[in-house]
Design a protein. Structure first.
Length: 350
């Protein structure tokens, strides 16, 4: 490895070295522009360790490799969430430590610290899952001898203990206080279709078929770095067509007409997610109804379908769940216990 000053007179340093990739092929690497000799040497050392196929590196270096792998496999919005969690919750604790030095006791102590925060049980589970995922990555691809997360119980909960949603009567009280046509159309769409917030905000004029009374859900909108990003929906099953009740169909047709006949690719809604959420909260307070999250309108729609007696399969298809198991896991507690009915009907056969 060569670490020398650059010849351009800038006083900066460069590192030039050889390394082997995962196939055993030797490559030459050169990186310029380091302010100090030490930083140039540290970069070369870290790079070689990252590409050596072993876990002889810092946790921070492992994180960079993990992020590179995730970046071509996961959605941009998911990557941004991971970056936020690692930056604020994980790297400050483990970033400078050699991966091989991280012990189960360290993981246990970190979990204890996280559990002492005000984070929700579901968010704690997300944080814990991200830490566990990077160690599984290290175990699979970099030969870590001991996965310190392997035998540690997961913290948090997969699903919230209680689900918050509005009944039809509560929703009607809230929606009556919304006078802005765009916001009214957004809330109506969310409540009467159960689509996700990003799916609703990504709708274009061409997605609405008032003749067939259907909405095509083919994309989602998220906010990243102050910009709106349009991507495919959450999963393959999220691409779907849902039917509209008459009142929603009529309202969306009126709303589209107010836009002076937009082109098929023109966005219907331009409000930010934050504005839509905040306005809903204020409307709930005016109506004397408990506040819920914007996403809970989706739960409200699902609970209404359960109350009306629709099957889990139909609800799964309408909500864009990957399977009926997902629907049952989230909404099983809303279904009435039918065991007594089963026993009674079987008794009539005897």
């Amino acid at each position: 490895m060569a670490v020398n000053k650059m010849i351009d007179g800038s006083g900066r340093w460069y590192a030039s070295f050889y390394y082997k990739d995962s196939f055993g092929v030797t490559h030459r690497k050169k990186k310029e522009g380091f302010p100090t000799k030490r930083e140039a040497a540290a970069y070369a050392d870290t790079f070689v360790r990252q590409h050596s196929g072993s876990c002889n590196m810092t946790f921070g270096a492992l994180y960079e490799l993990y992020l590179q792998s995730c970046s071509v496999r996961l959605r941009d919005s998911t990557i941004q969430k991971k970056k936020h969690i690692f930056r604020d919750k994980i790297l400050p604790v483990f970033g400078q430590l050699p991966v091989s030095s991280i012990t189960p006791l360290m993981i246990h102590d970190w979990q204890t610290r996280m559990m002492q925060t005000a984070y929700s049980p579901t968010y704690l589970r997300t944080i814990n899952n991200d830490l566990a995922a990077i160690f599984r990555f290290a175990e699979k691809y970099y030969g870590i001898e001991q996965n310190p997360c392997r035998n540690e119980p997961r913290i948090g909960k997969r699903d919230a203990k209680t689900m918050r949603f509005w009944t039809l009567e509560q929703y009607q009280k809230v929606i009556q206080s919304i006078t802005d046509p765009e916001l009214h159309a957004i809330y109506q769409t969310l409540f009467w279709t159960g689509m996700r917030r990003g799916e609703c905000l990504a709708l274009t004029a061409g997605d609405i078929d008032c003749k067939e009374k259907t909405i095509s859900i083919t994309k989602t909108r998220s906010r990243q770095g102050g910009k709106d990003i349009i991507t495919p929906p959450k999963t393959e099953h999220s691409i779907r067509t849902v039917t509209m009740p008459d009142q929603l169909c009529a309202e969306l047709q009126t709303y589209i007409n107010r836009l002076y006949h937009p082109a098929k690719d023109d966005m219907l809604f331009h409000r930010s997610p934050g504005n839509v959420s905040a306005t809903l909260g204020r409307a709930a307070e005016r109506a004397g109804v408990p506040r819920i999250r914007l996403h809970d309108l989706r739960h409200s729609h699902a609970s209404l379908l359960v109350e009306m007696g629709f099957s889990p399969l139909l609800i799964a298809e309408r909500l864009g769940h990957d399977s009926v198991d997902t629907t049952l896991r989230i909404y099983a507690h809303l279904y009435p216990d039918k065991q007594a009915d089963v026993a009674q009907k079987l008794s009539t056969l005897a």
